[in-house]
Design a protein around this ligand. Structure first.
Ligand SMILES: *[C@@H]1O[C@H](CO)[C@@H](O)[C@H](O)[C@H]1NC(C)=O
Ligand SMILES: *[C@@H]1O[C@H](CO)[C@@H](O)[C@H](O)[C@H]1NC(C)=O
Ligand SMILES: *[C@@H]1O[C@H](CO)[C@@H](O)[C@H](O)[C@H]1NC(C)=O
Ligand SMILES: *[C@@H]1O[C@H](CO)[C@@H](O)[C@H](O)[C@H]1NC(C)=O
Ligand SMILES: *[C@@H]1O[C@H](CO)[C@@H](O)[C@H](O)[C@H]1NC(C)=O
Ligand SMILES: [Zn+2]
Length: 438
């Protein structure tokens, strides 16, 4: 008769042994995995993250038309960023992008940018968890107060409409960084993208006016951001800028050859400049595929460290700028996962403290120092040549020249002519009634 006990007694005891060994092993794994993530989190408590780029403001516009009264910033649906997840991810400072699409160039880019600055300012001043900061001193102080500090950046040079006074006014609203281009060329700088077919150029990737923009940003103490610019523009800026610059959300071209990433030769120039590359998490830039994992992302950190060292690296997750982030890194609460992976890859706590916040603080302090050294300079009155920006939406602010009423002129002049006629007849009508009534 078949006996379960007799026939399987021996192997069962083996089985029990294997089972307990397995149990011990997986328990070990669990504990060590657990202690790894805890080690990452402990490190991030000491050195909470300063992240270079986040697009929640764009999502607030798209999903809620900036109506903050209708949402609870602690938990926001359908996005990757809110207060509870920033807290869980040990994000202490977030650079929030005021971004408007390239389609607004030479149209209402300035208005839209103001509205995006407004929504970031509202978010960061109406909620006590946040604090809007504009200097390294305020940034440091916000950490002591356990606030999430907000820095404002503008993403895309088209937002200043080729105007240095506009750039200065943005500075006064608290903007401390400008990405020189988004996916479109401006009349003075060149993008890495081929999506838009505007302001085509063969060379001269940073024009005379472009250099004036960089000079004025150096004078004001605004961080120049080279993410999205072409390599030509980036290297011209690296030659020209007196202050260190950042790539706020770009990864390594050697690891994934996407045009938004930075090649090694440019990394060397960045290191000479004292600047920072803040690694982007967006899957297509990480793996060049539509799937990625934390290991693929860590490869970018490893490679850049090998080429220019850990002192030139930061983090710019780019959450809410797009959909599709690596497995396990889907939102701003997941930053400890990449720190855990880098610890596993033998990055030292000193190196990670630099990557998490000290490198950015060093760059921002250097930008402020250059500003102080340039305090003798007057605001720049450099103007872009009119022929480079002439378009129907750009009015040259002068008294209109009134031409003869009835002539063969352009429709706009005829409009001016008929306006004059209207004015004349209302004056006549007025006098008519005046005399009739008195
Ligand atoms: C937002 O949600 C949090 C937690 O769910 C709650 O404590 C808080 O009161 C809410 N805030 C508002 C303004 O409703
Ligand atoms: C900010 O804090 C860092 C690190 O604690 C320190 O090195 C730096 O001097 C501080 N900067 C300012 C302006 O307070
Ligand atoms: C830039 O291109 C123009 C023609 O488009 C040419 O005349 C000029 O020499 C070029 N400049 C440089 C520095 O290559
Ligand atoms: C990236 O590499 C792939 C294959 O190696 C190649 O087909 C592609 O053209 C490259 N892309 C760029 C932007 O260099
Ligand atoms: C991550 O993806 C790569 C393929 O790109 C794969 O070789 C590797 O095993 C994956 N790593 C983890 C930890 O899943
Ligand atoms: Zn971007």
């Amino acid at each position: 008769m078949f006996s379960w006990k007799d026939s399987s007694g021996g192997s069962c005891s083996l089985c029990v042994h294997t089972l307990s060994a397995l149990l011990v092993f997986s328990l070990c794994c669990f504990i060590s995995g657990n202690s790894d993530i805890n080690r990452a989190k402990d490190l991030m408590v000491k050195y909470p993250l300063i992240d270079g780029h986040n697009d929640i403001a764009l999502q607030l516009r798209i999903l809620h038309n900036n109506h903050l009264s209708k949402i609870n910033l602690t938990h926001i649906h359908k996005v990757a960023t809110d207060i509870s997840r920033l807290r869980a991810g040990h994000v202490q400072t977030q650079m929030f992008a005021a971004y408007v699409l390239c389609g607004a160039q030479q149209m209402d880019a300035v208005r839209l940018t103001l509205e995006q600055i407004d929504v970031v300012r509202r978010m960061c001043t109406e909620n006590p968890e946040f604090e809007l900061v504009t200097s390294t001193q305020e940034l440091n102080a916000s950490m002591m107060k356990h606030k999430i500090a907000c820095l404002i950046s503008i993403e895309g040079g088209h937002s200043i409409d080729s105007s240095l006074p506009t750039l200065r006014m943005f500075y006064h609203l608290g903007v401390r960084s400008l990405t020189l281009t988004h996916s479109c060329n401006t009349p003075w700088a060149e993008t890495s993208s081929e999506i838009y077919d505007v302001f085509k150029r063969r060379n001269n990737s940073l024009t005379t006016f472009g250099k004036a923009v960089v000079d004025e940003m150096n004078r004001l103490g605004m961080i120049v951001d080279l993410s999205h610019t072409s390599w030509g523009t980036a290297s011209a800026v690296l030659m020209h800028s007196k202050a260190p610059v950042i790539f706020s959300h770009s990864s390594s071209f050697a690891v994934c050859n996407h045009s938004r990433n930075v090649p090694d030769w440019l990394l060397h120039k960045l290191k000479e400049n004292g600047g920072l590359i803040m690694v982007n998490f967006y899957t297509p830039f990480v793996s060049c595929k539509n799937k990625a994992n934390v290991s693929n992302l860590a490869d970018h950190f490893d490679h850049i460290k090998k080429v220019i060292g850990a002192k030139s690296i930061g983090i710019g997750g780019d959450f809410d700028g797009a959909k599709n982030y690596p497995e396990g890194l889907e939102d701003v609460s997941k930053y400890p996962v990449i720190i855990q992976e880098l610890l596993k890859r033998k990055w030292t706590e000193e190196e990670l403290a630099d990557v998490l916040r000290r490198n950015f603080l060093r760059v921002f302090e250097e930008v402020e120092k250059v500003r102080d050294q340039l305090s003798w300079k007057q605001p720049s009155e450099e103007e872009i040549p009119l022929q480079e920006v002439e378009n129907p939406c750009r009015l040259v602010l002068q008294m209109p020249v009134v031409k003869k009423v009835f002539s063969n002129q352009s429709p706009s002049f005829r409009a001016v002519g008929s306006l004059n006629l209207l004015y004349l007849s209302s004056v006549l009508l007025f006098f008519f009634f005046f005399y009739v009534l008195t």
